[in-house]
Design a protein around this ligand. Structure first.
Ligand code: PA5
Length: 435
């Protein structure tokens, strides 16, 4: 079983090993609250056992729906925002080719809507949908979120015009609450196939429910392997009691130790572009879970080496408020060596024969050295490779660590009261009745 390793050796410029270890009793207590279900927000702990308890019948029905829609869709429009789309997008972007939109490998290409209100986005989307066969998955736990509701109304109207009402019904899947919300009502009335987001699983912890599984399967990836990775990581997170053996406890301990010692910002650093949505998903997971009561590390992200040419100066030399969490992938799926050139006009013959991974690894090592010497503590999270199995591990690892870390910080990691403020103002400005 492959495992995730959390290395804290580059944090000693800010906290020593003893300071991290001193958090063990608190981290253990936080984990106990999570497992006993007696901490704040305990009605949203369904994700803890989700990989073990996933309903096999639901999975079979989901796979059958995916097979049916694959046969008639070049595109699948996934409508959702926040936790209702970031998890699926993270996995799909990590696994598909960077050029999947052009290559079209035989599986429907996933495009996203409902995550923005940008008008040009929708006019361009509708133009594209005019000449592509497509289906729609609409996802909203509450079933009342404005952005996906507007997107669904626009796309549904297009779908019905293009295929007729009856065929449109066969091309729509709804993922929502079991009993309530406008989306639930619409799905029941129209007779769309429906999947349920369990009551006790919050949006940002929902990637291993149909919310993530359906789009991921539609894009052609193996959801059984994803779930297996999560199951195996769950075992580690639950059973192991020391920081050395339990990567989630270690990560929760080190980020809390750094926070208590003045760090305000945590930057996720990925070394390959296909992990950019891992960072986006992680930002929501940690930002919404911990950013409350004027507490919590601000999650931010950079990609190297790309952003070393934009953010590198600040990280090296600007205000000293950040730590970095670098995702290291030991064995990438492919190798591209640097070819030889007799003339060597570009002066890079010293790289001949080296793979891009070797070069990128040296860039990562060089970055760690530079940033540590500039006063930025660096945590490394290492995974063997990126595939469905390891992504399942990473998902469960980050979720479990988030619960433990939030309780250690002293907040309820499972609510998001702050998200409502902009909505109330927007509704008032738009003249929604009652606001
Ligand atoms: O994590 C969360 O709870 C939020 O980010 C939600 O996922 C997001 O606001 C979308 O909500 P809904 O799925 O109810 O449309």
């Amino acid at each position: 079983m492959n495992q995730i390793t959390v290395k804290t050796v580059h944090c000693t410029n800010k906290v020593d090993e003893k300071t991290i270890t001193q958090l063990l009793p608190e981290v253990k207590a936080a984990k106990k609250h999570l497992l006993n279900g007696d901490g704040a927000g305990n009605d949203f702990l369904g994700w803890v056992n989700l990989p073990e308890e996933i309903d096999g019948e639901m999975l079979n029905r989901l796979k059958a729906d995916v097979a049916r829609l694959k046969g008639k869709s070049q595109l699948m429009v996934v409508i959702g925002i926040g936790g209702s789309y970031l998890g699926a997008r993270m996995v799909i972007e990590a696994l598909q080719s960077e050029f999947a939109a052009i290559e079209r490998n035989g599986n429907p290409y996933i495009i996203y809507a409902g995550h923005t209100l940008g008008e040009d986005y929708y006019s361009q989307l509708l133009q594209l949908l005019d000449h592509e066969d497509y289906s729609v998955t609409v996802i909203s736990k509450s079933g009342t979120t404005t952005e996906p509701a507007v997107a669904f109304r626009i796309v549904k109207a297009h779908l019905e015009k293009k295929y007729g009402k009856e065929e449109a019904k066969k091309r729509i899947i709804a993922i929502t609450d079991a009993r309530k919300g406008a989306l639930h009502e619409i799905a029941v009335q129209e007779g769309y196939p429906m999947y349920v987001i369990p009551d006790n699983v919050g949006g940002r912890f929902s990637v291993l429910t149909p919310v993530g599984l359906l789009p991921i399967a539609m894009a052609g990836f193996d959801i059984d392997r994803l779930l297996q990775g999560a199951r195996d990581m769950r075992k580690v997170c639950i059973e192991k009691e020391t920081l050395e053996e339990n990567p989630a406890m270690m990560y929760a301990a080190v980020r809390n130790a750094l926070y208590r010692n003045g760090i305000k910002v945590e930057m996720m650093v990925s070394c390959q572009p296909n992990l950019r949505y891992l960072a986006e998903w992680w930002k929501q997971l940690y930002g919404e879970s911990e950013g409350k009561e004027h507490k919590g590390l601000l999650p931010h992200s950079i990609s190297i080496t790309t952003d070393l040419h934009s953010m590198g100066q600040y990280v090296q030399d600007g205000e000293r408020l950040m730590m970095e969490t670098m995702i290291r992938v030991k064995s990438p799926a492919t190798h591209v060596p640097v070819p030889t050139d007799e003339q060597n006009l570009d002066g890079i013959n010293y790289l001949v024969g080296k793979s891009l991974t070797e070069i990128n690894d040296c860039a990562a090592e060089g970055t760690i050295e530079a940033h540590v010497s500039g006063g930025v503590p660096v945590v490394e999270i290492e995974t063997e490779r990126i595939d469905e199995y390891t992504l399942g591990q990473l998902i469960y690892f980050f979720e479990f660590a988030c619960g433990v870390s939030g309780y250690t910080l002293g907040v309820n990691p499972f609510d998001q009261p702050g998200v409502e403020a902009y909505k109330r103002n927007m509704f008032r400005l738009l003249g929604k009745p009652g606001f």
